[in-house]
Design a protein. Structure first.
Length: 367
């Protein structure tokens, strides 16, 4: 006896259930969706869109500090006291612009709730307080400890007050925390330039990322004696006298020629001189074109003469000079002249001129 047939409803249920018998959905559509950007360099589609947005942005390279002993020792010794002279003010002079922008694109967070880290070309790059302080070899306060400057900057937004507190002798600050906050702020903002490019390039290279950009950017000019004198020191502090005010220019006296000559006659003379110069230039151009034309005709004539000496070469295959002139006529000059005489006689040297002494009866007597 034959087994009972399975009903259509039961068969449909078995097919529509999430069992292994169901045919898997093709994944080519998903692969097309995720391959719209470079997955090796950008971590997500959001990062790819962010990368396109920040590509036109410019960078703000860092500066080194180059001061010799005896040059602004108060400032130089303060850098040494804070251990900023080791790395912070002596960064490597190489910036990979594309790598820096990849970092900022991958570090972008629509809602800033994640850690200060991102993946760049498969490597995890951290830019938190501890990582930056370790890289700069600066002291890192214990977790949860708030430095006086951090507390001050959190409560005040006045830039002058912050700068005044920052320059207070002996006040410590958490360099890594401030740079980490600034990078996070720059990452998520729209209309800001991208800072710390040398630091970011160095952090990526420290993790083994190979810099493949052919042209690397450089740091800005260093903070040296000349830079400080130009930008931060006034003449009063340098004990230099202020430059005397410039004396007013005396009024220009009217010349006798201007007082005796009519302005219209001066303009007429200038106009005539300009027109004469213009026509002279046009004549020079015309003479130059005539020289080129003579060269063309000379080439045609020589080619025709050479063809006459080739056995079994058709005589009419290459034009003579006269045929070339008839085929491509040379326009007559608007100032007269301009006609080029072509001599097809092979015995006469091309470009030779007739001896004027042949028609001068007094030439032989003079000899």
């Amino acid at each position: 006896m034959a087994p009972p047939k399975t009903s259509h409803v039961a068969k449909k249920k078995r097919i529509t259930r999430g069992s292994s018998s169901q045919n898997p959905q093709p994944d080519f559509m998903e692969s097309d969706m995720v391959q719209n950007f470079d997955q090796h360099k950008l971590s997500s589609e959001t990062a790819a869109n962010r990368f396109a947005e920040i590509m036109p942005k410019s960078l703000i390279p860092e500066r080194k500090v180059k001061l010799n002993p005896g040059q602004y020792d108060e400032f130089r010794l303060e850098l040494e006291r804070r251990n900023w002279h080791k790395v912070l003010v002596d960064l490597p002079n190489e910036i990979d612009e594309v790598l820096v922008k990849e970092f900022y694109a991958n570090a972008y967070q629509q809602v800033r709730d994640g850690p200060c880290q991102c993946r760049v070309r498969g490597k995890l790059i951290k830019y938190d307080r501890k990582t930056i302080n370790t890289f700069f070899r600066t002291g890192s306060p214990p977790t949860g400890h708030v430095t006086p400057f951090s507390e001050f900057s959190s409560a005040h937004k006045d830039h002058d007050a912050i700068a005044s507190a920052l320059c207070t002798p002996g006040m410590d600050m958490d360099v890594g925390a401030h740079i980490s906050q600034d990078i996070a702020y720059t990452t998520d903002m729209e209309n800001v330039k991208l800072g710390f490019p040398a630091l970011i390039t160095a952090l990526c290279m420290e993790k083994g990322i190979i810099v493949d950009t052919h042209v690397l950017l450089s740091l800005q000019p260093p903070i040296d004696k000349k830079f400080i004198r130009k930008n931060y020191i006034s003449r009063v502090e340098l004990n230099e006298p202020a430059p005397p005010p410039r004396a007013p220019r005396p009024p220009r006296a009217a010349s006798s020629s201007q007082s005796t000559h009519d302005p219209s006659s001066t303009f007429e003379a200038s106009f005539q001189a300009a027109m004469t110069k213009m026509f002279a230039r046009q004549e020079d151009m015309w003479l130059g074109h005539q020289a080129l034309r003579q060269g063309q005709v000379s080439i045609i004539v020589n080619m025709h003469h050479l063809s006459l000496g080739v056995p079994n070469f058709p005589d009419d295959l290459i034009m003579t000079g006269a045929q070339f002139e008839a085929r491509i006529p040379w326009p007559e000059s608007q100032w007269g002249g301009g006609t080029i005489v072509v001599d097809d006689d092979p015995d006469v040297e091309e470009g030779s001129q007739e001896d004027p002494a042949a028609d001068d009866p007094d030439a032989e007597e003079g000899e």
